[in-house]
Every structure is written in structure tokens, then in C-alpha cells.
Design a protein around this ligand. Structure first.
Ligand code: UDX
Ligand code: UDX
Length: 489
């Protein structure tokens, strides 16, 4: 076991990854003192708010852990210098968005924040420090971090007798909405590095709650690439099932039935086979584009094209949904009222990064629709910021609704984009009475049952299934398919 004793940890970046990850480590290792630092003071103030409803991120179970660790062995602050210099181990968990300008714009990751963090570590660290990449990074970034750590400024060199570093990669596999469970019961913990003493020091921390067999140690580059590859494989499954959803709509098959049928094959497995409006979140698109960029860089254009298609299909799925709404509403939504149920990129998070709702809503607004948006956790300010960033020619008007009935009042259509629990089992008899006829429900997340909508007079379009208005009295879905095929001839 490691000869390095870890007592104090610092994490740079108090975001969706840094916050929950450090909270769980603090909870599982009461003997460690953990400081989470961030340049954003407002965010740190929110982490320190006595009202746990005001934590900067919503994550089921997080408030419970914060209430027992914060102030005990978990601290949030903006005090970068002292937190770094006191630490034996530093996690870098800052954001790495896709570059918007310069070489690799639109594909490569912007590593400015990682570089800035590494420079601060180089400047303030004392003694031996283990530096850990938590952010998802392009393969071989660890090398760049190592280079930066070697170059401490002259002033520091003068005063310091010895300052040494070892760099590890320890990518995070948590999914938002289930982050606490994913951290407490991870499928695996991945640690990449070259220095076995430092690896052991990190392994020892995880052994407080993760079985030894689930801790995988690899070389640095395998660890970095595994994170990109895992996200690319997951996203690829979603694009695959989404491509099949369009096929189902065209042929009369039902995507849920198909997903069940193929998912029972153990080799395929049943996870990540829910068709929907496309994947969102801060990772999938960014990581695939990164893989595409790196494949091109390393002279592998076929590999680049292969992965790029996963992103192309994802955007196509969102465009397709918007066009279907338009088509069903007689080719125009100008001046029509449409309710959007769910704006976060998935249920159980207030995160909207890359949410399909942004593109779909923007397209509808550009066509002149009037949107009333309801989401149990996403704020007005967040949506306003998302629309501003997603520059488009906004012709429409949007407002927030405080409840589902408020959102549906007088609307011509409702578009369900996130599978929040409260959208299941709604009283469609009552809700239909609030809507304007002929009313449409566009369900992209399979939250509505056909039976719930029966006799309400509402039309139902369900992603990956036959459109409900096609059904005539006493017809089965099979009858409809045969009739549609005959009609097509
Ligand atoms: C994480 C990972 O780090 C990223 O690589 C992964 O792909 C997505 O998840 P996340 O925690 O979701 O990022 O990002 P975010 O919620 O934006 O948090 C990052 C935090 O770092 C922000 O609060 C930001 O203020 C902070 N930051 C950024 C610093 O403290 N210092 C910097 O120099 C830059
Ligand atoms: C993902 C990875 O799962 C996680 O391991 C990594 O660390 C970060 O990126 P996250 O983006 O938080 O996590 O959520 P995830 O549950 O993977 O969902 C991503 C997107 O895919 C969401 O928009 C979700 O709605 C969509 N999705 C997921 C589907 O459309 N269908 C599915 O079957 C699963």
C-alpha cells in the first residue's frame, strides 16, 4: 500500500461533477478534509447557503449528504491559494466546453480552464502533490498538465526547496439525476497513472466504500480514452434507437416493443435503448466531437466520420420532431399556443446544457409560436440564457408556467420533452378540457398511455409509434398498418 498519506484534498471546480463527487468522498471518508474551490463566488455562496433548496445544482440525495458533511470535513470557498498549498491531493474538475473559435473550433475541447487550474497548482502547491484529472479531457492531456506543472514561475522556484507532482486520470462516470447513487455504488472506478505510490493513495480512498475488484487501474492514456469511448458508445446507442424510432413511425412497428425485443438479448442489453428527442447533457456531444477531432488529427478520417454521424443523427432527430409538430398543426405554428413540458436535458436535474428542448423550442419560436414552458426545476433565467446563447431569429413569445394546467391553458398542442415523474399518469380528461380543439399531444418520451387519452378528443403523436389519429373505431394497430400500406399504393 501507498507510503503517501493523504489528509487534505482540494477540488478545483464546484460544478455538477466536483460538487457531488467531493460530497460523497467527504461522506465516506470522515478523516479527510476536503475543500472545494471555485472562481465563481455566487456558486460558492449557493453551496454554503443554509437553505439546502438553494444549492446550485439539484441532484436527488445531495442535500442529505451536504447536511451531514458541510462544515465537518467538507468546505466550499473561493480561497484558491491556501486550499491548493495545503492539499496533498488536488482534483481538477473544471469545465471543458467545445472550442468556439480557433483551431479545432466546433470539435476540439477548450482546455483553457484546465490549463489555468494547472498553472495555479504549479504556483501554489507545496511538497509532493498528486494532481488528478476529473474533467473529461482529450487523450494525452495529462502530458500537457505535467509540462505545466514542471514550469513553476521564478519567484516560486526561488522560495521552494522541493515541489513535486504526479498526475493521475480518474474520470467520472456519474450521470446527472442519479449522481449520488452512481458515486456511492459505481460500476467501476477507473484510475490511470504511472506512479504506483500515487495510484495506491487514490485506491485507498475509494476502498472506503468501493470493492477492490471494481477499481480498474490502467495507464494514463487508456484511462483518458476510456472516458471518451464510454460516452461515445452510450450516445451511439441512443442515436441507433432513435434512427429505429423513425423507421417504426414509417412502418407501423413500435419502438418500445422493438427496444424490449432486442434488449432481452444479453449481448445487446436493455439499458440506453429509450428512444427520445435526442441526447443532451454536457458530455455526450462534446466528447464525441472531441473524438472526431482527435481521429482527424491522428489521420483516421473514416473513424472521424463514423462517430460524427452519431451527432448528425442526434440533431436530425430534434429537427424531425419540430417538423412533425409543424406538419400536424397544418403547416404553421405562427400565433399558435404550444406548451412545452420539461426543459432539462433529462429528468431529475436542473441542468439544461445541450437539452433537446433548446433547439426544438427555438425552432418553434422562430416559426412564431407562443410557448408556455413548464419544468419542475429549471428556472426562467436559465432558459432565457439558453435562448440567448442559441442565437436564432426569434419571432415568438415564451413564458414560464407554474403548473401543468397553467401551461396547457388554451394551447393547441403540448410537447413533452423530459420524462419527469409528474408527467406520467396525468388526468388527460381534465387537461384536454383546458386545450383548444383540435388539440395535439406530442409525446417524445413515452410518458402517455394511449388508454389515458382515449375519449378525450385529443390527438396523440408518440415518438416511434403509429399516430393515434390514424386509428378508426374498432381498428387494431395492425389494421391501421395494412390500411396505410394500401393507401400508399
Ligand atoms: C464536468 C467536467 O469537469 C467536464 O469535463 C465534463 O465533461 C462535464 O462535467 P461540470 O462539473 O459539469 O464539468 O461543469 P460545471 O458545472 O460548469 O462546473 C465547472 C466549475 O468550474 C464551474 O463552477 C466554474 O466556475 C469552475 N471553474 C472554471 C473554476 O473554478 N476555475 C476555472 O478556472 C474554470
Ligand atoms: C452521461 C454518462 O451517462 C455518464 O457516465 C458520464 O459521466 C456523463 O455523461 P449524463 O449526460 O448526465 O451522463 O446523463 P445520461 O443518463 O447518460 O443521459 C444523457 C442523455 O441521453 C439525456 O439527454 C437522456 O435523456 C438521453 N438518453 C439516455 C436517451 O435519450 N435514451 C436513453 O435510453 C438514455
Amino acid at each position: 500500500m501507498s507510503s503517501i498519506k493523504i489528509q487534505k484534498i482540494c477540488c478545483i471546480g464546484a460544478g455538477y461533477v466536483g460538487g457531488p463527487t467531493m460530497s460523497v468522498i467527504a461522506d465516506k471518508c470522515p478523516d479527510l478534509e476536503i475543500r472545494v474551490v471555485d472562481i465563481n463566488k455566487e456558486r460558492i455562496d449557493a453551496w454554503n447557503d443554509s437553505d439546502l433548496n438553494k444549492l446550485p445544482i439539484f441532484e436527488p440525495g445531495l442535500d442529505r449528504i451536504i447536511s451531514r458533511t458541510r462544515g465537518r470535513n467538507l468546505f466550499f470557498s473561493t480561497e484558491m491559494e491556501k486550499s491548493i498549498s495545503d492539499a496533498d491531493m488536488i482534483f481538477i474538475s473544471v469545465n471543458t466546453p467545445t472550442k468556439t473559435k480557433g483551431l479545432g473550433a466546433g470539435q476540439a475541447s477548450d482546455l483553457s480552464w484546465v490549463e489555468a487550474s494547472a498553472r495555479q497548482v504549479a504556483k501554489y502547491a507545496k511538497g509532493h502533490t498528486i494532481v488528478i484529472e476529473k474533467s473529461t479531457l482529450p487523450v494525452r492531456t495529462a502530458q500537457a498538465i505535467k509540462e505545466i506543472l514542471k514550469t513553476t514561475d521564478k519567484e516560486t522556484q526561488k522560495n521552494e526547496i522541493s515541489k513535486t507532482f504526479s498526475v493521475l486520470s480518474n474520470p467520472e462516470f456519474l450521470a446527472e439525476g442519479t449522481a449520488i447513487n452512481d458515486l456511492e455504488k459505481p460500476d467501476r472506478v477507473l484510475i490511470g497513472g504511472e506512479d504506483s505510490d500515487s495510484i495506491d493513495a487514490l485506491v485507498k480512498i475509494y476502498l472506503n466504500w468501493v470493492p477492490y475488484e471494481q477499481i480498474i487501474c490502467t495507464n494514463l492514456w487508456s484511462s483518458e480514452l476510456s472516458k471518451l469511448a464510454a460516452n461515445a458508445f452510450l450516445a451511439q446507442r441512443i442515436s441507433s434507437i432513435n434512427s429505429i424510432s423513425a423507421f417504426c413511425e414509417a412502418t407501423g412497428a413500435d419502438v418500445q416493443e422493438v427496444a424490449k425485443a432486442i434488449g432481452t438479448d444479453k449481448r445487446i442489453g436493455n439499458q440506453f435503448l429509450s428512444a427520445g428527442p435526442g441526447f443532451g447533457g454536457s458530455c455526450f456531444k462534446k466528447d464525441i466531437l472531441n473524438l472526431v477531432y482527435l481521429s482527424g488529427y491522428f489521420g483516421l478520417p473514416e473513424v472521424a466520420n463514423y462517430w460524427n454521424q452519431v451527432v448528425v443523427l442526434n440533431t436530425w432527430q430534434q429537427d424531425r420532431i419540430y417538423k412533425i409538430v409543424l406538419e400536424k398543426l397544418f403547416g404553421t405554428v405562427n400565433g399558435k399556443n404550444i406548451a412545452i413540458l420539461g426543459f432539462s436535458f433529462k429528468a431529475n436535474t436542473n441542468d439544461t446544457r445541450e437539452s433537446p428542448a433548446i433547439r426544438i423550442s427555438s425552432d418553434l419560436l422562430e416559426e412564431g409560436a407562443i410557448l408556455s414552458i413548464y419544468d419542475p426545476k429549471v428556472t426562467f433565467e436559465r432558459i432565457e440564457e439558453d435562448f440567448e446563447k442559441f442565437s436564432f431569429n426569434n419571432q415568438g413569445i415564451w413564458k414560464m408556467a407554474n403548473s401543468i394546467p397553467e401551461a396547457l391553458k388554451n394551447v393547441d398542442a403540448v410537447l413533452i420533452l423530459t420524462a419527469w415523474d409528474e408527467f406520467f399518469g396525468l388526468d388527460w380528461n381534465y387537461l384536454a378540457s383546458l386545450m383548444r380543439s383540435p388539440a395535439w399531444v406530442f409525446d417524445t418520451r413515452s410518458v402517455v398511455n394511449r388508454q389515458e387519452i382515449d375519449n378525450t378528443g385529443v390527438n396523440l403523436w408518440k415518438l416511434g409509434a403509429v399516430s393515434y389519429t390514424h386509428l378508426r373505431a374498432h381498428e387494431t394497430v395492425l389494421d391501421v398498418v395494412c390500411r396505410l400500406l394500401l393507401e400508399k399504393k
